[in-house]
Ligand binder design. Structure first.
Ligand SMILES: C[S@@+](CC[C@H](N)C(=O)[O-])C[C@H]1O[C@@H](n2cnc3c(N)ncnc32)[C@H](O)[C@@H]1O
Length: 231
């Protein structure tokens, strides 16, 4: 039986005992992708669904001066706050970002496998059900609103571009869509949406030339990867 990654109870229970787990690899694997997109160490960075990954700590150790870690698990945030009191932590639900954060208040909004966890109940990635599409639209609109003009939404994911692009690349979010890959064996996807830039194909072609583009996985392989990556 698969775990219910869409439930707060699941994450609270997991974080009550788990100390550290890194989804979609750690910072060293995508440092080059990230630093190319975020050259300013003064960027105000918000991490959504930070979990007990060391990403926030690694960004701070690499010189980024403003990193706010957020997650909806109060169990997690309480523990992380105790363990890393020098970092910034806040309990925040990604579905209600505008209740927690002001309009145009971040230069970078970063999520790693958080949005992936919302798709675990989907049976067919070619035909997502309307509920998840509406939910993603709402979340992405809020992300766009709290980003400054020129700011970047960076999404690190297991999911291939032919499934993720129709969700991220929409004119109503007022951002461009771009991606590269990272990882040595399995390739993960590093999506970058820049607010205020237009949605055209030029940025997609550019990213292919600086990254290692791999053949998309079959549906079968994708299911398999999901089950082995989700303990
Ligand atoms: C797959 S884990 C990824 C954790 C971390 N980003 C990493 O890379 O290791 C998903 C995380 O999203 C958080 N999450 C799930 N739904 C959320 C929501 N509605 N609001 C905020 N965080 C949420 C979970 O608590 C969990 O920490």
């Amino acid at each position: 039986m698969t775990s219910d990654y869409s439930k707060l109870e699941y994450w609270n229970q997991r974080y009550a005992s788990e100390k550290h787990y890194e989804w979609c690899l750690g910072y060293s694997s995508f440092k080059l992708n990230f630093e190319r997109e975020v050259p300013s160490k003064k960027a105000r960075i918000l991490i959504l669904g930070c979990g007990n990954s060391s990403l926030g700590n690694d960004l701070s150790a690499n010189g980024y001066t403003y990193v706010l870690n957020s997650d909806y698990s109060d169990v997690l945030i309480g523990k992380m706050n105790q363990e890393y009191p020098n970092l910034k932590w806040v309990v925040a639900d990604i579905n209600k970002l505008e209740e927690f954060f002001s309009f145009e208040s971040f230069d970078v909004i970063l999520e790693k496998a958080t949005l992936d966890s919302f798709f675990v109940k989907e049976k067919d990635p070619w035909h997502y059900n309307s509920e998840i599409l509406i939910k993603m639209n709402r979340i992405l609109s809020q992300i766009s609103r709290i980003l400054v003009k020129g700011g970047k939404f960076i999404s690190l994911s297991f999911t291939q571009p032919h499934f993720r692009k129709p969700i991220y690349a929409k004119p109503e979010f007022n951002w461009s869509f771009n991606y590269s890959t990272y990882g040595d064996y399995f390739h993960y996807f590093f999506y970058v949406m820049t607010k205020g830039e237009s949605l055209d194909s030029a940025c997609i072609n550019a990213s292919i030339s600086i990254s290692h583009f791999v053949e998309p996985l079959s549906e079968d392989e994708e299911d398999f990867i999901f089950s082995i990556q989700c303990p």
